[in-house]
Structures are given as structure tokens and as C-alpha cells.
Design a protein around this ligand. Sequence first.
Ligand code: SAH
Length: 248
Amino acid sequence: MDIPRIFNIMESAHRIHNPFTPEKLATLGAVLRLAPGTHVLDLGSGSGEMLCTWARDHGVTGLGVDLSRLFSEQAKRRAEELGVADRVAFVHGNAAGYVASEKADVAACVGATWIGGGVAGTIALLAQSLKPGGIILIGEPYWLELPPTEDVARGCLAGSIADFHFLPGLLDSFRDLGYDVVEMVLADREGWDRYEAAKWLTMRRWLDENPRDELTGEIRAKLASEPVRYATCTRAYLGWGTFALMAR
Ligand code: SAH
């Protein structure tokens, strides 16, 4: 049970698997005014950077669930490195349908809303693990500008233009689901560059070390096409943010 191997390869050197820089992640932790002992559940926790740094900086406790064995192991190592292994735990597994036995003050899914079949389903899933009055965190893309064609939308790795809202529409959709939007931190192009361009060097190093792997051809083709695809599509049209929600 794991995510497709190509993602484990491309993002093996990432600490944050989304367009947030460490500074943005720290801003998000600060603006949520986390009190020590706040319990955070993170579905699709990746390499655990959010829970580990918030445990270090704000004294939160946390549970992360992620389908990537590699990222889950990296998260455990990061917790030890930051001296927070007694406060955060990482489980390797499928977070689809995951309801925590210990209810959380903050329940997050940051850049993995397919886990609940989309934003609405993921909010409903997280709500099952949330204490009354708790905060839901959703990390999600939105259009900065309308892609001129469906091809460009697919180049942004969307299924179609209809898959994402503009920012006002995304905020509206949270309201329609019965939630107040109580905070948001938005990624910028520097964050997108860090997330996407870091994959290129990782791919190049991997190719140098794995000239005869079954994925060598695919990674070679990806490295050749990704910089232009990213600059043409994602970088020009796609925004990304994390939104803090409280049920009305
Ligand atoms: N929130 C993390 C990771 C975002 S990337 C961060 O911001 O760094 C998306 C993550 O979802 C990856 O770590 C991937 O392994 C994980 N994932 C994908 N499908 C999943 C599933 N069904 N259950 C749990 N994790 C999943």
C-alpha cells in the first residue's frame, strides 16, 4: 500500500510537499494562535513538517496519517531531529475514511483533498474527528486567472477548468458548506517555484544514480518537459492556499 512510486521519487527531497515555504508554514502556525497542548490531526501529512515544526514552536501534539511509506518514515525522523517525537506520531496508511479515536482541536488536510473525494467530502471527513468549536484546515488550489483552454487546465494538473474555483468562489464554497472562513494563508510564486523546481534537481540526481530503473525513461521525459509545463501552466494560472474554517 503506497502512493505511485514516481511521486516518492520526485518529492523524496521535499520537506513540504506543497507550494508553502517554511516561512508560510510558520505564518500559518502563528495566525492560528495555537495554545500549547492543542491537538492537531493531519490527513495526508507527507513528511510531517507542519506537525513537527508546530510541535517545536507552539507545543502542539499531533497525529499524521499518510499513504507514502517513505514520507511517513521521513516524518518520524524529522520528529526525532526536532526533539518532538514524544508529541507527534505518524501512521503509514490510507487516510480515506480515517476517523481518529482522539478528537482534535485542529483537523487538517493540506493539499490532499482527494482523500475525501474533494473539498466538501474532506471537510465532512475531518469534522468527524474534530472537537466542537475546533478548526478545520484545508489546503487547496484555485485559479489566479482563467486558463484559456482545457489543455492549459490539464497542464496545471487539473482534470478540467471546472475542477477549481477562483479565490472568491472557493471562499464562497466554504460558506455554502456552513463554515466561517476564519483565517487564510496564500502561497506565492516563490513557494510554487520551491515546490516544483526542487523536483527537477531531485529527478536529475535520481537519473544519474538510476540509469537502468524501470522508471528511468519516464523520469527522463518528465525532467525534459516539467520546467516548460510548469512555467506555461501552473505558474501562470494556479494559486494555492490554506484556509481555516469553523462551523457556524
Ligand atoms: N500535507 C503534506 C503533504 C501534501 S502532498 C504537506 O503539505 O507537506 C499529498 C500527500 O498526500 C502526500 O504525502 C501523499 O503521500 C498523501 N496521500 C495521497 N493519497 C493518500 C491517502 N489516500 N491517504 C493518506 N495520504 C495520502
